[in-house]
Design a protein around this ligand. Structure first.
Ligand code: IPM
Ligand code: MN
Length: 323
């Protein structure tokens, strides 16, 4: 039976890389029943639609969502990011943002809490536009939200090298840091086989560059995770290789590359589709097609050395899957 997948190509290079991901999934022998959704900055500019509730309701009956990238420079910051991508993550409660980094010398996973923190949108303006204006932007950290992310990290570590690092900034963010630290330590006590570490986020940036081998599973908050995973991509073969799963285990989940819509290279065929292809593999894991997912990952081995246009790289990966 074909899996039902909503496909959001999005803006910029999004549709280009998603096409290659779908091509590779087909080459791996997995049948998808896809439904395209025209959403993103270009759609917004055309008719004002960002993401309506009826669409979100429809998505709940799909098996997965596969997305390219959203955002265009013509739309003010936040409209599409908050109104489409974050709405998707929040409304579908995709509380795990899973970002694996694999390259020679790199084999670690970042579990980024995906529904809270500074992304929750707490805050506001007072006297905006006046000399006395005030802007606040709070960070929301619930015990429930933190604990489920931490627990996911420990469960994942049990299937890997059994090591979890908490990354935060407990020396400055003494309220949220305290909650994270206590939740982390309490969950850790349930996993005696898993060893743990703690790094401040600034120090973690150094280790990402100088000693990434110390990491197995990292768990961190939404904003630290956003920043760290761009760095993770940059140090492990480039952002063009880094995939993401936005998960609510057991429910419809969303898969997208870490990278953005890259409007500067749209239409040049220079976009690397490997991140989208690997995101497709993560989607297959979620759909229970673990064998095909593994074969796609194998076909992407050494992908940092693949050259050519977007579709040539997609073709090369698909050709390696020919059975
Ligand atoms: C990401 C992106 C998004 C984020 C943006 C586009 C809102 O940078 O998925 O990492 O900050 O989460
Ligand atoms: Mn990001």
């Amino acid at each position: 039976m074909a899996h039902r997948v909503a496909v959001i190509g999005g803006d910029g290079i999004g549709p280009e890389v998603v096409a290659e991901g779908l091509k590779v999934i087909e080459a791996a022998g997995v049948r998808l029943d896809t439904a395209p959704y025209d959403l993103g900055g270009s759609r917004y500019l055309r008719d004002g639609t960002v993401l309506d509730d009826a669409t979100v309701a429809e998505w709940r009956s799909f098996d997965a969502l596969y997305m390219g990238a959203v955002g265009t420079p013509e739309v003010p910051p936040g409209v599409i990011e908050r109104g489409l991508l974050l709405k998707m993550r929040f409304e579908l409660d995709l509380y795990i943002n899973l970002r694996p980094f694999t390259a020679p010398g790199h084999d670690f996973v970042v579990i980024r809490e995906n529904t809270e923190g500074t992304y929750a949108g707490e805050g506001g303006f007072l006297r905006r536009g006046t000399p006395a204006e005030i802007a606040t932007q709070g960070s929301v950290n619930t015990r429930h939200g933190v604990e489920r992310a931490v627990r996911y990290a420990f469960d994942l570590a049990m299937t890997r090298r059994k090591h979890v690092t908490l990354v935060h900034k407990t020396n400055v963010l003494t309220f949220s840091g305290d909650l994270w630290e206590r939740a982390f330590n309490e969950v850790a006590s349930e996993y005696p086989e898993v060893s743990t570490a703690y790094n401040h986020v600034d120090a973690a940036c150094i280790y990402f560059v100088e000693d990434p081998a110390r990491y197995d599973v990292i768990v961190t908050d939404n904003l630290f995770g956003d920043i760290l995973t761009d760095l993770g991509g940059a140090v492990s073969g480039g952002i063009g290789l880094a995939p993401t799963a936005n998960l609510h285990p057991g429910r419809v989940s969303m898969f997208e590359p870490v990278h953005g819509s890259a409007p500067d290279i749209v239409g040049t065929a220079r976009a690397n589709p490997v991140a989208a292809i690997l995101s497709g593999a993560m989607m297959l894991d979620h759909l229970g097609e673990t064998d095909a997912a593994e074969r796609i990952r194998k076909a992407c081995d050494g992908a940092e050395s693949l050259t050519g246009t977007t579709s040539q790289i997609g073709d090369a990966v698909a050709a390696r899957l020919a059975r």
